[in-house]
Design a protein around this ligand. Structure first.
Ligand code: NDP
Length: 450
C-alpha cells in the first residue's frame, strides 16, 4: 500500500537512524492496511502521521558522582508518545543500549499495549544509557536522584506516571520516588512499582510475568490444551522471567531453561526457582553460580555462542517465553523452535522476535502471542496501583490477581476476535494491532486536531 510506504520513508528522513523504531512502526502499519483501506476517515484525519510522531520528547543530561569522586554523565529520555486515552504511562529502562531509537520503539509499542488493556492510560517510555551493573547502592541512588532532578518537571499522577523496565526495579523506583517527594513536597502516585510499605500494589512485581503466562494459557485453552505438564524455556532471569517461571510452576508446567546477560542455564529436571531468586534478586550474581548447587545443570557463557547471543532457543521444549529483551529471537531461532516441536511462544519482552521470526511463527500455525498483547498485564496492574493510590485504598492480592487474569483474558479475546473478523484467525499480531489502533484513533478524532 503506497500510503504506508510513503509514511515509512518519510519517517526515515524526519527521524534518521532509528532502526528499532522503524521496525516497530512497520510491523504495526503493515497490519493496519485492511483497516486503512476500508476506513478512509483515518487518512483524512492524518491519524497515522500523528500516531508515529511523539507528542513530546524530553532528552536531558544526567551528571552524577561515582564512588571514586569522578563526575559521570549519562543521557536521559522521556518520550511522551500519546495521551489520547489518559495520562502518559510506561516504564523507564536503565541499560547501556538505551538511545532515542530504543525508547521510541518502546513508547510506540506502549500506545497499542495500553489501549488493549481497556484502561484510561496514554503511552510513554523513558530511560538512560546508564549501566546499573557493578554499581554500588550509593552510586545507583546518586544516579536516580540526578535523573529525577530533571524528570520531576514533566511527570505527575495526572500527567505522566513512569514504572520500571530493564535495570529499573524496586530499588531504583524507591530512590526516584524519594527524590520526587523531596523536590515537590508531594506524596503522590507519580511512579508505579513502588514498595509495598509506601503505596505499591500487591501483584505489581509479579504482574508482567504472571500476565504473560495467563495469556499463554488463553491461547492454549482455545486450542483445547493447557500448560499442565508442558516444558518451557523462559529467557531472562529478571523481573518478568522470574515471575513467569513462578506462574508456570503454579500451573503445572516445568521451566527447564533460562538465561541472563552472562549466559544460558539448562536444567532438564526443572529449574530451581528459589535458587534463581536468591542469585538474581538478592545477590545480583551471574546464573553461572547456579552450578555451585546443581552440578547436573549446564551453563553456556554468551562468549561461547555466535555474536554474543544467548543459547536458549537451541533447546527442545513445548513452549517458549522470551522475557529478556528485543529481537532476541531471530529467524533461525524461530525455525529451530518450530522444528523442535515448540507449539507456543508468548512474549514477556517487548518486540522479542524479529519480523521474519514472527512470520515463521504465524506461518507455522503455532500459537504466537506478541509482546504488546501478551505482556500488557504489567502496565494494567500499574494502572490498578494508580487507582489504589488515587482512592487511598489497598486491595488484597486475590483482588488484584483476579483483575489481572480478567484483563489478560479480555486482551486475548479482543486480539483473537479481531483476527477472526479479518480472516486471519491465527494472526494475533494483526488482531492486537487493529483492535488497539481503533480505540486510540477514534479517541484522537473525537479530541480534534491536537
Ligand atoms: P530486568 O532488568 O529485571 O531483567 C532482564 C533480564 O534479561 C536480566 O536477567 C538480564 O540479564 C537479561 N538480559 C537482558 N539482555 C539480555 C541479552 N541480550 N541476553 C540474555 N539475557 C539478557 O528487566 P525486566 O524483566 O523488567 O524486563 C524484561 C523485558 O520485559 C524487557 O523487554 C521489558 O521491556 C519487558 N517488559 C517489562 C515489564 C515490567 O513490568 N518490568 C512490562 C512489560 C514488558 P542480567 O541479569 O545479567 O542483567
Amino acid at each position: 500500500m503506497n500510503y504506508i510506504d510513503n509514511i515509512l520513508s518519510g519517517l526515515k528522513v524526519s527521524s534518521p537512524a532509528q532502526q528499532e523504531f522503524y521496525q516497530a512502526v512497520e510491523e504495526v502499519l503493515r497490519s493496519l492496511a485492511p483497516v486503512l483501506e476500508t476506513n478512509k476517515h483515518y487518512q483524512q484525519h492524518s491519524i497515522i502521521q500523528r500516531i508515529v510522531e511523539p507528542e513530546r520528547q524530553i532528552i536531558f543530561r544526567i551528571p552524577w558522582v561515582d564512588d571514586g569522586g569522578v563526575v559521570q554523565v549519562n543521557k536521559g529520555y522521556r518520550i511522551e508518545f500519546n495521551s489520547a486515552l489518559g495520562p502518559y504511562k510506561g516504564g523507564l529502562r536503565f541499560h547501556p543500549s538505551v538511545n532515542a531509537s530504543v525508547v521510541k520503539f518502546l513508547g510506540f509499542e506502549q500506545i497499542f499495549k495500553n489501549a488493549l488493556t481497556g484502561l484510561p492510560i496514554g503511552a510513554a517510555k523513558g530511560g538512560a544509557n546508564f549501566d546499573p551493573k557493578g554499581k554500588s547502592d550509593r552510586e545507583i541512588m546518586a544516579f536516580c536522584q540526578s535523573f529525577m532532578t530533571e524528570l520531576y518537571r514533566h511527570v505527575g499522577p495526572n500527567t505522566d506516571v513512569p514504572a520500571g523496565d530493564i535495570g529499573v526495579g524496586a530499588r531504583e523506583i524507591g530512590y526516584l520516588f524519594g527524590q520526587y517527594k523531596r523536590l515537590t513536597g508531594r506524596y503522590e502516585g507519580v511512579l508505579t512499582g513502588k514498595g509495598l510499605l509506601w503505596g505499591g500494589s500487591l501483584v505489581r512485581k509479579e504482574a508482567t510475568g504472571y500476565g504473560t503466562v495467563y495469556f499463554a494459557d488463553c491461547m492454549l485453552n482455545d486450542r483445547g490444551e493447557n500448560l499442565q505438564g508442558q516444558t518451557c524455556l523462559v529467557s531472562g532471569a529478571g523481573n518478568v522471567a522470574i515471575y513467569a517461571m513462578e506462574k508456570l510452576y503454579q500451573l503445572g508446567a516445568t521451566p527447564i531453561g533460562c538465561c541472563d546477560s552472562t549466559g544460558t542455564l539448562y536444567h532438564e529436571n526443572g529449574l530451581d526457582l528459589t535458587l534463581i531468586k536468591t542469585l538474581k534478586e538478592q545477590k545480583r550474581e551471574s546464573l553461572a553460580n547456579y552450578l555451585n548447587t546443581h552440578t547436573s545443570a549446564t551453563f553456556t557463557p554468551v562468549d561461547d555462542y555466535p555474536e554474543g547471543r544467548h543459547a536458549l532457543w537451541q533447546y527442545t521444549a513445548d513452549a517458549a517465553f522470551p522475557c529478556a529483551t528485543q529481537n532476541e529471537i531471530n529467524k533461525n531461532d524461530a525455525q529451530g523452535l518450530v522444528a523442535n516441536g515448540c507449539k507456543l511462544v508468548s512474549e514477556g519482552a517487548n518486540m522479542a522476535s524479529t519480523q521474519d521470526a514472527v512470520e515463521c511463527f504465524i506461518d507455522s500455525g503455532i500459537a504466537y502471542g506478541p509482546g504488546k498483547a501478551a505482556n500488557a498485564g504489567g502496565v494494567a496492574t500499574s494502572q490498578l496501583e494508580m487507582a489504589q493510590n488515587a482512592s487511598m485504598q489497598r486491595w488484597s492480592f486475590e483482588k488484584v490477581d483476579n483483575q489481572l487474569q480478567g484483563i489478560s483474558k479480555s486482551i486475548y479475546q479482543q486480539a483473537s476476535d479481531t483476527a477472526k473478523d479479518f480472516g486471519e484467525p491465527n494472526n494475533l499480531v494483526l488482531g492486537a494491532n487493529i483492535a488497539a489502533f481503533k480505540r486510540v484513533a477514534d479517541a484522537m478524532i473525537e479530541q480534534g486536531v491536537v
